[in-house]
Design a protein around this ligand. Structure first.
Ligand SMILES: [Zn+2]
Ligand SMILES: [Zn+2]
Length: 96
């Protein structure tokens, strides 16, 4: 039976085959996560090697694809609002 959550979204009860599909999806996203961390680590190391120090660590989320010092979100999954940047959220050095 479908259950309606407070937001009005219907929570479906997956079948066994659908559960299996979810179970197979999940580790793929963990791999994507790791891959993103790896790419960011490499990007960060490259910038350090070049002598780029970026803004002070702390609340800043600097871009790793340009000199943008802090991510300015535009919408929940949007790009950086900064004119000189416009890079996606994943280009920025998000906290782990
Ligand atoms: Zn930016
Ligand atoms: Zn940028």
């Amino acid at each position: 039976m479908p259950v309606t959550s407070p937001g009005g979204t219907i929570l479906q009860d997956p079948t066994d085959a659908q559960k299996k599909a979810f179970e197979e999806n999940e580790p793929d996203f963990r791999r994507l996560d790791e891959e993103m961390h790896r790419v960011r680590d490499t990007a960060r190391a490259r910038l350090t090697d070049s002598g780029w120090s970026g803004p002070d660590a702390g609340d800043h989320i600097p871009c790793l694809s340009c000199s943008c010092p802090d991510f300015q979100p535009e919408g929940p999954l949007g790009r950086c609002r900064r004119f000189s940047c416009r890079h996606s959220m994943i280009d920025h050095d998000l906290p782990r």
